[in-house]
Design a protein around this ligand. Structure first.
Ligand code: NAD
Ligand code: MG
Length: 306
């Protein structure tokens, strides 16, 4: 199977099709990339919607900041948002510039503005700076997607260092708090905040103690904040992906020997492709979900959730 066959499709998301066979059940070869991984080097390649996501003007004129927008899920959301008419500010790590440039090009090809804002979210000062630069570059802000995340598998608690524990919490949940707090002064009524959590919030893998517990925290943060911001007309929701084929998995997110079976034990029998998540974020960002807040939308190939 070539890379092209494994990931990309030219069939758009609105075409009637069988979800089992929409994408092949991939068996990724064992591979390793230094953290953070790159989509450019991932095998097989993923479908982030470049050839398949068809917009229907659901986010016309909107202004979105997306973290982790260079690759994987964040990149698919950025492409979906732009095809729906939104301008997008993209945060990512400086090492991911090559992935980010590709996504910026796709956004611009959709006739929208792309504002690249590289920087490290474990830096407290950078989180606030990111929000003000995004609002300045976009001329306002009405969608915030807190999607950046770090996942490093460790066999045992004895081997899990305090340094890793702290870095995972700083990246996955402290940055979410800092960015959201800084964004509030920019967000008019009608704005939407969407946080990326995970099926790991309810079904923690024994090797992902730090990561999975941040994802449970994200669900809880989302539900609490949704109540606080509802009277202001700002909705807060989360999306909980199951197994999606992205660079996170090959930069120590999973033990290498598990990669060939990745996603095969879901009821749909295959890993998700990032673009299959874009419609969930588009729905939660757009006014059509006006009565939905404090919700976690599970997109996980059928794994039962509470
Ligand atoms: P990905 O590697 O493509 O994206 C993660 C992104 O996080 C990176 O691109 C990077 O830009 C960003 N990031 C990490 N550390 C950062 C830091 N210190 N500063 C700034 N940015 C940083 O992988 P993905 O799978 O698309 O991950 C996106 C989100 O989806 C994450 O929150 C992840 O936990 C979540 N998720 C993924 C899966 C999956 O199966 N892939 C499942 C559930 C949840
Ligand atoms: Mg990346």
């Amino acid at each position: 199977m070539s890379n092209q066959d494994a990931g990309n499709t030219r069939t758009d998301q609105l075409t009637f099709q069988n979800p089992v066979t929409r994408y092949p059940s991939i068996s990724p070869p064992e591979q390793d990339q230094p953290e953070p991984g790159l989509d450019l080097e991932l095998e097989p390649e993923t479908d982030r919607g470049e050839y398949s996501y068809r917009g229907t003007a659901r986010l016309q004129g909107r202004k979105a900041l997306i973290t982790g927008a260079d690759s994987g899920i964040g990149a698919a959301v950025a492409i979906g948002f732009a095809r729906e008419g939104a301008d997008v500010a993209l945060n990512y790590l400086p090492e991911e510039q090559a992935d980010a440039e590709k996504i910026c090009r796709i956004i611009e090809d959709a006739g929208c503005k792309a504002v690249p804002l590289p920087g490290d979210l474990t830096d407290v000062a950078f989180c606030a700076e990111l929000v003000s630069k995004a609002a300045e570059g976009l001329g306002g802000l009405d969608i915030l997607v807190n999607n950046a995340g770090r996942q490093i598998a460790v066999e045992s608690l004895e081997e899990l260092t305090e340094e890793q524990w702290t870095r995972t919490y700083e990246t996955n949940i402290r940055a979410m708090f800092l960015i959201t707090k800084a964004a509030l002064k920019h967000l008019p009524p009608g704005s939407t905040i969407i946080n990326t959590t995970s099926v790991q919030a309810y079904m923690p893998s024994p090797m992902l103690i730090d990561y999975a517990s941040t994802k449970a925290a994200i669900n809880n943060f989302t539900k609490g904040l949704a109540q606080q911001l509802a009277p202001k007309g700002i909705r807060v929701n989360a999306v909980a992906p199951g197994p999606f084929w992205t660079p996170l998995q090959v930069s120590d997110g999973q033990p290498k020997e598990k990669l060939p079976k990745f996603g095969k034990d879901t009821p749909l029998g295959r890993a998700g492709q990032p673009t299959e998540l874009a419609p969930a974020y588009v729905f939660l960002a757009s006014p059509e979900s006006s009565y939905v807040t404090g919700e976690t939308l599970n997109v996980n190939g059928g794994m039962p959730t509470p």
